[in-house]
Design a protein around this ligand. Sequence first.
Ligand code: S3P
Length: 457
Amino acid sequence: MRRTLTLVRVSSSINIKKMPSSIIIKNKISNFNKTITVSGDKSISIRWVLFSSIANGVSRSQNLLRSEDVLAAITAVKKLGIKVNLTKKNCTIYGKGINGYNYKNNLQINAKNSGTLGRLILGLLVNSTKNIKLTGDKSLSKRDFKRIADPLSKFGVKFKLKNKKTLPLKMIGSANLKPIKYFEKKGSAQCKSSVILAGMKTEGTTIIKAKKSRNHTELLCKYLKLPISIKNRTNHDEIKIRKTKYIKPLNYNIPSDISSGAFFIVLTSLVKNSQLTIKNVNINPSRVGVIKILKKMGVKIIFKNTKFYKGEKNADILVKSPKSLKAINCPTKYNSGAIDEFLVIFLVAAKAKGVSYFKNLAELNQKESPRLKWGAKILNKIGIKTILTADSIKIYGNPDLKINKKIVIKNYLKDHRVFMTSVIAALSFGGKWQIHDRKSIQTSFPNFLSIINDLKK
Ligand code: S3P
């Protein structure tokens, strides 16, 4: 029998039992005025683990995200012979240098749900003269790994992918790598980053022309004074990376994740007379598409206490709910900076006056679940009309949206962002919701529901 979790109001707080497989939400959330902290940035956490594993010496982090994706990265570098010490507060990684991995032939690495880990680690293994097998969970095993096997093959790596496209894959690297010229056309930071890591292991200069995407890898390389050069053009970046011999240890206090904060930014936008401050969030310009889009839709958002930290920009985010929301014809220049936030942004479009239009978003269907399709599915379930194509969605907003029926969300490949978007919809729009696969939040944001609880107190 499936166990369910009931989110009911118990003297204005939510009652959450231990780790059930689904939750039930029956009540809208009341307006709030709060300050919260969300967990550490997932992209930066995984990069910190990988860079520390190839640094020359001991690196420490604070506020590392404790989620399954990051724990999978730690397990992976441990399998590669790197010592890691994880305590309640800190994580310490004893890096052995760029060629310091030590492991047996036919090593198996499980990237679980994480595309970032799965793709980036391949870049670090390009010089492996031992066979390696990379696996992932059901969702990751449906995702495209040809997009990264293709450029890495040009360095001299040999790959065997399931159906020439997916995991599990087998690979063997080369002791005689050749630098490549690579045009990254999808706007994938994972592919770009993987090729940068491979370039760090390769004699000569690897040249990358990359469509705009998050640039945490480049910023880390710059901060560590690695042999990288970056030219920012209007629509793409030109990156040159040379063979790297020494990487200094990297002590890092990881800022909060705007992709996790986005759920609460949207909740605040949808609950009248509410205000929220989210402390010390990474506001790297390549990540703030959600802020730009929501501001255009009428939400009041400001950054406070902006600070620069190791090449990254962090700030407190203050959000105030607006009186009304406007539809948006979303400029495609915001797409890459909001790529993980569209599902929850669609909820704002559902409540806005007019028809919103989001286009050139084929990449959304390449995520943990086909998210463009799931966006439409959730909206249709709550009575919002959509017109969906392979790469776009039109959303017919209804400012008077109220839900009185039962909504069940299941079979979505346990995509954490589908789960969290559904919770935000339930708390904002009402209705009786049953949302399956609660554990999906473990991949990116394990304390998501306890923050929801705090907002109700
Ligand atoms: C990420 C890049 C993006 C993003 C993912 C994290 C990263 O994926 O969707 O959640 O950390 O580099 P793509 O590179 O596939 O666009």
